[in-house]
Design a protein around this ligand. Sequence first.
Ligand code: UDP
Length: 404
Amino acid sequence: MEIEKLRIAMLSVHSSPIGELGTKNTGGMSVYVREVAKELGNLGHLVDIYTRLNGSGQKQVAQLCDNVRLIHLKAGDNGHMNKLALYGHLDDFFTELERFRNRESVDYDLIHSHYWLSGRVGGWAQERWEVPHVFMFHTISAVKNSTVGSEKEPELRTVIEKYLARKCDRLLVATDRERGHLMHHYGACPETIGVVPCGVNLALFHPLDKAAARKQLGFAQDESIVLFVGRFAPLKGIDRLLGAMAHLKDHQRLRLVIVGGDRNSTPESQRLQGLSRELSIQDSVTFVGRIEQDMLPPYYSAADVLVIPSHYESFGLVALESLASGTPVVATKVGAMESILREGETGHVVNNGSPRSLADGIETFISRTHALSADKIRASVFRFSWANVASAMIDEYGAVLRSL
Ligand code: UDP
């Protein structure tokens, strides 16, 4: 099998690689699909990303970048649909996919599906096309359901993931911890699991002058700034970050900037704003809403520390983005945190996620004397370029293609 030029069907049914990042269902996975596909395209591989048509005015086929097409297929009504409802339309999606593929006379060497909904479609394609199916979980239902503070996932998802763990030719996870989870919860065979860490766009995220970044964003120069970037989902643990800020109330000139969330009017956003009022910290918390990713660099540079208070992460891309921008990270023991943070130098992993221990971690870094220089913090993540991720991916694809 020629590894030089593969034709890859990438499935990302519920979450578009060009979707609105920071909203409830669109985050790291969309970034991952977009960046990996782009790098695979740069290497000369042909990638077709299939996603659900969601909204009007979308062309069926869009050229995302060299060698990468984004293909919108209809599944149910056009517009927002929750994941369980979408499950009922996956067969329509596959029918549309087959129709498109036949019309274009395109065959693929390999299927790479993302998240359980796409995994289901990938499983059908695997049977019909008789090509290998590489599956990436992103988060694992059984782990989410055993995590305190997380929204419970439907049993259906757990059943499908368990099935995919046995049926797919290769399972990809981003950390050794997730590999352990797959073996423990789904009985996945260790030999079928590949660990490929996530990446960061080092050209986009780099240190900017802190004072200039604050001026641009209208933030005070004499405040210590704690930053959160992410979706507003219960597993992100924003409540306990607000709790940590309440412990730090006596600090003069301390501000929490929260980036993410659909709009300030959503129930979750309203709830979080209500909680900050209950904790009497509303004057030192700024909710800025979701920000386009290419507008995020000044936020990372304006901050003294990024906090990841999550109950669960499959990796935690925002940690890499912050470090690449030269800003240290205080995080709970989730995702890749222990392997990407250098204790006391580029960040701190708290022993438990209580507001008190998060507050202690934040306090260490807002003094600005403990962390390394911005350039040294950035240098600690050079190995996480998306180009490196794509080349590890090609190794995974090659191994699975050779093994059949
Ligand atoms: N993000 C963004 N704008 C926002 C909030 C988040 O562009 O307002 C991006 C962020 O840069 C990161 C991704 O969304 O690349 C979140 O990924 P992460 O792995 O941290 O969390 P996930 O969404 O996968 O749970």
